[in-house]
Design a protein around this ligand. Structure first.
Ligand SMILES: NC(=O)c1ccc[n+]([C@@H]2O[C@H](COP(=O)([O-])OP(=O)(O)OC[C@H]3O[C@@H](n4cnc5c(N)ncnc54)[C@H](OP(=O)(O)O)[C@@H]3O)[C@@H](O)[C@H]2O)c1
Length: 302
């Protein structure tokens, strides 16, 4: 694999947890980029997508630059999707299809982000990229439809599945635990769901590395290394906050029934990522300690 940074980047979903970090990483790398939140570019609007991607591709061509679109836009309200199917499919399936078709029309590369929820979640070893999918939720099914639309519409498209994303932007588990640590004596957290917490900034760096590589198209998995349960993750968060992890108590998913079923086991194997010559993301526990030490205020309850 040869590696260089892409010279021009287009980011969709740029105000989300991941999109914000992709933009930050692109800024730090000195890339030329355009970043669109949903207000600037609604990926379900096929005409707007076609025009925006064409302009982007033309500008890159004129400057003699390689052009890569990273799609971080998604409908991520997993429970709401169960009763809001059309909206979930519009953003998670039709939107990526719009992007892939527009990229195919003007020679732009596409990196599309997907999820561990495309798997049934009853595995006993990390899911490989070619393991059978079988989503159990509307969100997961809509994301799988998006993957399929992207791969069918654009030769060389890349789909990167990730999991349990948290970062400084938006609502996420780390911030929820920090708020609960500040407001409740004890917290019950499920100990029967296993996955890999993934720091959005680490994932963003990985996506930029992929964008600058000549790794062929297809599916890859990218999460921070290692696996844990939400309970153990919560204990680690308490510890990083200087709070007593003993205030976190284990419970089971049947005590927290929600509209969308959650996978019991959705660890993603990074074997294909590493085999492609890409740098594995560091262990989740190291990322948590580092991020909370460097950005303590962003995670603490106010
Ligand atoms: N969060 C997780 O735990 C997790 C786990 C596995 C995989 N993923 C995947 O990782 C990716 C990034 O997730 P995230 O955590 O960064 O999600 P996020 O924070 O919810 O951000 C998603 C962004 O998509 C934007 N968006 C929604 N509808 C749009 C539309 N029609 N057109 C353009 N943009 C639209 C939203 O913008 P507005 O807010 O302005 O509407 C939001 O900023 C997604 O593909 C997600 O499926 C996430």
């Amino acid at each position: 694999m040869t590696s260089s940074i892409p010279s021009r980047l287009l980011v969709t979903g740029a105000r989300g947890q991941l999109g914000t970090e992709v933009v930050a990483a692109a800024t730090a790398a000195g890339l030329t980029y355009a970043a669109h939140g949903s207000r600037e570019l609604d990926i379900t609007d096929v005409d707007a997508v076609t025009a925006t991607v064409a302009d982007f591709g033309r500008a890159a061509d004129e400057a003699g630059q390689s052009a890569v679109l990273i799609n971080a836009a998604a409908y991520t309200a997993v429970d709401a999707a169960e009763s809001d199917r059309d909206a979930a499919y519009a953003v998670n399936a039709t939107g990526p299809q719009n992007l892939a078709r527009a990229c195919a029309a003007c020679g732009v590369r596409l990196i599309h982000v997907s999820t561990d929820y495309v798997f049934p979640g009853d595995g006993r070893r990390p899911y490989e990229i070619d393991d059978p999918t079988g989503p159990r939720s509307v969100y997961g099914a809509s994301k799988l439809a998006g993957e399929q639309a992207v791969l069918a519409s654009l030769a060389g498209a890349q789909v990167v599945r990730t999991a349990w994303v948290w970062g400084t932007t938006g609502a996420n588990f780390v911030k929820t635990m920090a708020a609960l640590a500040a407001s409740r004596p004890t917290v019950d957290v499920v100990d029967d769901q296993r996955g890999s917490p993934t720091y959005a900034a680490d994932l963003a760096a990985g996506l930029l590395e992929l964008a600058g590589s000549d790794v062929p198209g297809g599916v890859l998995h990218a999460t921070n290394a290692g696996e844990t349960t939400w309970y153990e993750f919560a204990r680690a968060i308490f510890a990083e906050l200087g709070e007593d992890p003993g205030r976190v108590h284990p419970t089971t998913s049947d005590k927290f029934l929600r509209p969308a079923p959650r996978p019991a086991y959705s660890v993603l194997s990074g074997a294909a990522w590493a085999a492609a010559g890409l740098n594995p993301l560091r262990p989740w526990r190291v990322a948590l300690a580092d991020a909370m030490a460097r950005s303590a205020d962003a995670f603490r309850a106010r």
